[in-house]
Ligand binder design. Structure first.
Ligand SMILES: NC(=O)c1ccc[n+]([C@@H]2O[C@H](COP(=O)([O-])OP(=O)(O)OC[C@H]3O[C@@H](n4cnc5c(N)ncnc54)[C@H](OP(=O)(O)O)[C@@H]3O)[C@@H](O)[C@H]2O)c1
Length: 282
């Protein structure tokens, strides 16, 4: 029951009505018997500047931040964790002792998803796409001992900008670019493939795959960060070729679990998040 003692966590964004975070977090509070509630607020851009002070005034425990505010929110925070600062995007804020501190859990969510299936150490990784999600994932991957990173993208300039930034931030220089149209040429020399483009996302589930799949085989681990549908055309074709496949629900769940830990210092079960998510995606 919600009472005067119930602690409040929220997600902000615009649009926000279809956010999957409230059902996942609320299911975990219930499972752990915690007196918390997680709600969603649609915020207009002009109101972002007062949001953090208002949230502090009302005693919120924390906030998740989604599209389009992950970068714009940074200037209003008191502190930003080093990873989020380097990625230049915050998706989680904890309020503690009057301080608003920002974090980014997207990259951690992706890395934990892959580590469930394979070790990242010394692996050659191909990431498709160079947008916001790619930035968080590639930066985090470089802190996990991979051998090399190739970024395949439609716009060369966007990929080169990301690569230059990653090299500057991490000092790691085994990073190269390939045109996404020709990325299948290097598949023989890659262990892990991660799709961060929206190609194959609902409702365009029958669109072409982001790369040609003929050369994907049983030696590959393929993750698609799209979670609707649960199995994209890329994952289906990769699985048919014998590859190990990882659905985008894994990343969504682990980024949420990592945020939950930041908010509450407790670890929810993967199953509580997963069950709530799959009920929403049915
Ligand atoms: N599972 C999760 O937890 C999770 C978390 C975050 C995001 N996502 C999903 O990740 C996807 C990307 O999100 P984002 O925020 O990174 O988007 P974004 O910043 O807009 O980046 C999109 C990337 O995909 C490329 N792209 C877009 N349309 C393309 C097309 N038709 N052909 C080839 N390349 C195309 C873009 O290439 P250009 O550089 O050429 O424009 C860019 O590199 C979305 O589907 C989102 O739902 C999932």
């Amino acid at each position: 029951m919600i009472t005067g003692k119930t602690k409040v966590v929220a997600v902000i964004g615009n649009p926000i009505e279809h956010s999957l975070s409230p059902p996942m977090h609320n299911a975990a509070y219930k499972q752990l018997g915690m007196d918390y509630v997680y709600v969603a607020f649609k915020i207009e851009k002009g109101n972002l500047s007062h949001l953090i002070e208002s949230a502090k005034t009302m005693g919120l425990v924390g906030l998740n931040v989604t599209i389009p505010y992950k970068t714009d929110i940074i200037e209003y925070l008191d502190e930003v964790d080093d990873t989020a600062r380097r990625i230049n995007a915050v998706n989680t804020i904890r309020f503690k002792d009057g301080i608003a501190r920002g974090y980014n859990t997207d990259g951690t969510g992706a890395v934990k998803s892959i580590e469930k299936y394979t070790d990242l150490k010394d692996k050659k990784v191909l990431v498709l796409g160079a947008g916001g999600a790619s930035k968080a994932i590639t930066f985090t991957l470089l802190n996990h001992g991979i051998n090399s990173l190739t970024i395949a993208n439609r716009s060369r300039d966007n990929a080169i900008q990301l690569i230059d930034n990653l090299k500057k931030q991490t000092g790691f220089d085994q990073i190269s670019y390939v045109d996404i149209e020709k990325a299948d040429i290097i598949l023989e020399d890659v262990d892990i493939i991660i799709n961060t483009t929206p190609i194959g996302m609902y409702p365009n589930v029958d669109a072409d795959t982001p790369i040609k799949t003929e050369k994907i085989n049983g030696n590959h681990v393929v993750m698609d960060i799209i979670y609707n549908p649960l199995e994209t055309k890329l994952l289906k074709m990769a699985k048919d070729n014998g590859a190990t496949t990882i659905s985008g629900t894994n990343m969504l769940i682990y980024q949420g679990i990592t945020a939950f830990e930041i908010f509450t210092d407790r670890t929810p079960s993967y199953e509580s998040f997963e069950k709530a998510l799959l009920e929403q995606l049915k």
